[in-house]
Each structure stands twice: as C-alpha cells, then as structure tokens.
Design a protein around this ligand. Structure first.
Ligand SMILES: NCC(=O)CCC(=O)O
Ligand SMILES: [Mg+2]
Length: 330
C-alpha cells in the first residue's frame, strides 16, 4: 500500500528554500560546464559574432585570457573552434594538419601559460575546407568516408602534439574513433581523451555556429548523408555503441535541448560519460528572447542547464558557460 493524501503531501518538501535545496535531485555546478571559444587571427582582436549576441571570436592572446577566466570560474574545460582565414581553406582541408594552424597556436599558448584548464579540440574538416563539409568531397559531390579517416587522424595527432587534452571528432564519418584512437596510441598520445560527437543530428540549430567559424556561406548542400536524421533514436544507440567500442572515453549528443530523450537513453543504456552540446541556435534563440525581455535571463540559463543534468549529462558544452558559472558563484 502506498500512502496517499493526506498522509502524503508532496508539497511538504517544497515548502521552504532550505528543504528544496536539501531534496534537490540534481545540482548544477561550474564543474559541469565546457565553454566553446572561437579563435581568430591577430593580436588583441575581439570580434562580435553577429548571429550570437554576446559571443566573440578572439585572437590567440585573448583566448589565453578566456582560458584563465574559465579556470578562475571553476569551468573545467574550454572547447576551441578556429575561424580559419578563407585563404587557408582548400578542397582537402590540409590546413587541419598544419602544426602552426590557429587551433594549434591557441592550444600551445594556453598550455605555455600553465593554465589549469582542459583543452578540447574539434576534429573535423569544416573549418578548413573551401566547401564547408566535414569530410573530403568526391568529384560528383559525395562525402568520402574512408578517404577522410586518415585526414582526421592526422588532424587529431596534430592537435595532441599542440597540447589538446580531449580531441572531439564532430565529423560523423563511420569508423573514425577507432582510426583516431590507433593513431594517438601509435604517436605516444595514449592519455589523450576522445570525446566523440557520437549522435550528431543534421540540425537547423547549427546556423549561427557556421557564421562564427566562417563556413556558412561556403557550405554546398547539406550534411544529411553523414549527420543523423532528427527522427531517429535507435540509430543513436548504435552510433554510441560503436564509438565506445572503438575507444571513445565519452560521448556527446548534439544538439541539446530538443534531444534530451537521447541523452537519457544513452545514459541509461551505456553507463558511460555523456555530454550534450547546447548549440549555437539554441543559444541564439534564448538570447533573442532574453534580449527582448521575454525570458528571465538568469533563471532561464540555469533552468535549462539543470535540465541537461537531470537528463543524465555529465556536462554540457554551452555558450552560456561563463554566464552560468558567474551566476552559480553569486
Ligand atoms: N562541431 C561543433 C559544432 O558544429 C557546433 C555547432 C553549434 O554550436 O551550432
Ligand atoms: Mg558514428
């Protein structure tokens, strides 16, 4: 027999702030946050990203300052995304293997400054290709899977050499986690983590990000032959299973808010570290409503991030990371 009203009054536990805090099932802390940072060329340059109010592209010296700020706020890791100069982009994205590319210079600068923050680097070709796709493109416009794998592995090793702590393949080629894991082992980077963008959906919510890294105008066609169909759930489980088998240390679901059912299912099924990416379009959408006074900024930021935790996330990549960490410190 289960007790029922009036023996059981669920409102009793909610009656006071102390009690609500005592009974909270999930608690958001700065340790749950990964802050994505956009990198640009130059010195002392900060440039607003038009489609993402409050987000800037930073030159390497200012990335170091951002990393320091993250560390001071208790944010464990930052995620770097380069806005590669257009003249350095080509069909095959070979700039991704350049040891002096923007990404590697930013990694080295943060590491050389001795800042105690994890560095997560994006592994994919889209910031480096003239066509804006994440893989190599055939003459007839297909994204080549197996041909792309070696390029991604070289990119990951290049980033590891520059100091990346976590390489995060976001390309969605089949088999890339295994190939990258082997390459890292072979080159002496057995301690570098792989956070796989395992279930990455072909989403409308990446639009502002492509503006931020300068690949939006370049992209021909869409990414539906490699990113997942938003209609699918079982397929996400198979993607996660394969990436864990191939050697991923943690997996990611992306986008975030509209995909929390996927997060919850991954967490329940695999008992592995799972992250979600609250992507640029989610950020832009919330900012637009906040900036118009339609949403209470502070409450909305913390509520949504707490929902990610409730769904099962170990952490969230979010453009609100700095704002959230400040709110949590207050
Ligand atoms: N590979 C990283 C992304 O594609 C980020 C997408 C976004 O923030 O919209
Ligand atoms: Mg996959």
């Amino acid at each position: 027999m289960t007790a029922s009203f009036p023996a059981l009054r669920l409102r009793r536990l909610r009656a006071h702030d102390w009690s609500r805090r005592l009974h909270a099932e999930n608690v958001l802390t700065p340790s749950d946050l990964i802050w994505p940072v956009f990198v640009r060329e130059g010195t002392s340059e900060r440039e607003a990203v038009g489609s993402m109010p409050g987000v800037e592209r930073l030159s390497v010296d200012l990335v170091v300052e951002a990393a320091r700020e993250a560390a001071d706020l208790g944010i464990p890791a930052i995620a770097l995304f380069p806005n590669t100069p257009q003249e350095a982009r080509d069909e095959t994205g070979k700039e991704s293997a350049n040891p002096d590319n923007l990404m590697c210079r930013a990694c080295r600068a943060v590491k050389d400054a001795g800042i105690p923050v994890g560095l997560l680097t994006d592994v994919a070709l889209d910031p480096y290709t003239s066509h804006g796709h994440d893989g190599l493109l055939s003459e007839d416009g297909r994204i080549l899977n197996d041909e792309t794998l070696g390029v991604l592995a070289a990119q990951a090793v290049n980033q590891a050499k520059a100091g990346a702590d976590i390489v995060a393949p976001s390309d969605m080629m089949d088999g890339r986690i295994g190939v990258i894991r082997h390459a890292l082992e072979a080159e002496g980077f057995g301690d570098v983590q792989i956070m796989s963008y395992a279930a990455k959906y072909a989403s409308a919510f990446y639009g502002p990000f492509r503006d931020a890294v300068g690949s939006g105008g370049l992209l021909k066609g869409d990414k539906k032959t490699y990113q997942m169909d938003p209609a699918n759930r079982d397929e996400a489980m198979r993607e996660v299973m394969l990436d864990l088998e191939e050697g991923a240390d943690s997996v990611m679901v992306k986008p975030g808010l509209a995909y929390l059912d996927i997060v919850a299912r991954v967490k329940d099924r695999f008992n592995a570290p799972v992250f979600a990416y609250q992507v640029s379009g989610e950020y832009a959408m919330m900012r637009a409503a906040m900036d118009q006074g339609l949403l209470d900024r502070d409450r909305a930021i913390l509520e949504v991030l707490t929902a990610f935790k409730r769904a099962g996330c170990n952490g969230v990549l979010t453009y609100f990371a700095r704002d959230a960490a400040k709110l949590l410190a207050a």
